[in-house]
Design a binder for this molecule. Sequence first.
Ligand code: F6P
Length: 742
Amino acid sequence: MRITYRLVTAICLAMLVVVGGFTFLQIREERTRLVRDLERRAALLGEGLKEAVDPVMGGRSTAPIERILKRFGRPNQVIAVYDQLANPIAVVPDSVGPRAVAIPEITESLAMDAIRYGFRVIDGRPVYVYATPIDRNERPIGALAVILDASQLAAAERALWRQNALRFVVLAVVLSGITVLLLRLSVTRPMAKMAEWTKALKTGRAGPPPEAADAGLFGPLALEVSGLARRLYRAQEAAEQEAALRLSGESVWTEERLKQFVNLQVGGPIFVVSNREPVSHVSKDGKIIAQTPASGLVTAMDPVLRACGGVWVAHGSGNADRETADERGRLGVPVDDPRYTLRRVWLTPEEEHGYYYSFANEGLWPLCHIVHTRPQFRPEDWEHYKAVNRKFALALIDEMDGVEAPLVLIQDYHFALLPAYVKEARPDARVAIFWHIPWPNFEAFGICPWQPEILQSMLGADLIGFHTQYHCNNFLETVERAIECRVDWEHFSVTRGQRVTHVKPFPISVAPEPLDVPVSTRAEVLAGLGLSSIEFLGVGVERVDYTKGLVERFRALERFFERYPEYRGRVTFVQVASPSRSLIKRYQDFQREVEDTVEGINTRLGTKSWKPILYLDRHHDHAEIVPLYRHADFCMVTSLHDGMNLVAKEFVATREDERGVLVLSRFTGAARELTDALIVNPYDLDELAESIRTAVTMPAEEQRIRMVRMRQAVRERNIYWWAGRLLRELSRIPEEALGKLS
Ligand code: F6P
């Protein structure tokens, strides 16, 4: 209210000054105009009369003079003739003032024999006096005076003040009204909403900020407030969690524990490099939106960076990425509450094509996954792969400038050459590369024409991580057979010259608590999908990739409905399918194959009101996927070959209700830890179909027992545990064991 009052007062004062100044000027102008008019009229009349009176001046009788004066008489004016001693001879109309008072203009005009004029007050009225001498032989024998009423000058002045005062009042009322209204709509009301929202934030009920009429005014404020509230809430949650864990004597890794560990053991920021960025900005319908890519790597690494802070170097692949980063390609992530730095690296379409689509995903990807897709190795792609690895090395080295003995975590098969490139420039860096996909046996890997260079460069790292011991063994065997080195099978390390590289399993995982996604009811989720009438909901979440066993899964569903027709109309399987690597022909063919399979099954088995498979082929954010996980009766992960598979772990982490069944391919790394899932061979259609039947008929108590054990496994071996082990292993490497490549 006070601000409204102050604003209105300020506006009124400003208007008063403006209107007052304007009135003053207007009056001055009007006065000048009226004075000129009086002067002109008086001069015209005076000189005309003088000519008429002149011949009869000096006569014995004053009657002719009076006659002439009467002829010229008009209201609001007095004309008078005086003798040479300034005594009135004739005054028309006869009035006391001009007779009684000595008017200076008349005496001066006679004395100086010149015209004189000016303003006077005669008879209590303002007048304008014009006096002109009447000469004979160049000497004044009298004077003629024209006295005009000048009271209209003051009247005009008063009228102007009145008019402008009225204008001021009207303007003040209108402007004050508009100001009060605007303040209410744009400030007071949004402020009240913001206050309500911050109150909700304080209690931990996070929600989107209220829509403000003026986003430019309240947007930054909302951003700051929500960031602050989130930080407070997080700190409070972390403290509560830590206290609870201490009470129960558990030593589970949490975000807070990892943060403390990094502070104590690492001391400085950590550096992560991956191809995929944690957030990409894309412009849609004229707006820029932030998207979390469908990537297990991002699901895993983002919580780590949020906990430890640091720099994440990644390919800026979104079409609005440049607009949302600074000139060095840097920005804070998460955008609304920055906790680490993302450094985007820009690639030309040729580089992206040769390095990412071709060498990494048509060469190394099928090489490492045993799914019978022939790898393609082209020399020109290899050149791009090398050049892009160098480009990322330069960006990373730039970021590490000034940081002593930095810790570098290189991610995945896109950067096999990076460890050596980094070590060449920064021998003091502790470098680890984590391979997120399987490592095949030495014969399979031997297909790659550049096997020696790849292995030697990877051994530039101090630590190489895989998900499983089995993949470590495959790698060590490949190295032992392909290049000159000594493999220590007791300690799982490789020695080349003076350098030792440790090779260890680090099964990756997810954050133990699901992301902060608002809770919705099962009925709401089903209604949102248009599936209100179904009894059982199955779910699958994948990139459309030929390693994921999508066709096998759908065929198994088909067989299930054939064998158990009583489930038709009662079970629907929702497949979230994110388009992936769509420029590669194999992926285009596969996408078509998957779509045809779904369509075929739906046409054959579906009815007007029911579809066996609901295929959602677009990018889905976490906020859309988590409700599906929460309410699914079963989740299917049927990869034909997979390093770990984090969908399986995310599904489990989400099930706070301890319900739901996980059907899990034995060819995933996750199957080694989540042994309470229904472990299946995705190539075995009958087994897969039976597992669906087992899932939908599993008693609640059995679901609970299995889910509790799986949740315990994910909770204990969560992503903070993974990062803590990896970082501990890396930071333990003695300084003298680092050093240059030989
Ligand atoms: O599985 C390997 C991997 O890099 C994952 O870490 C990630 O989930 C997936 O591939 C993403 O693929 P892309 O980045 O090519 O979309």
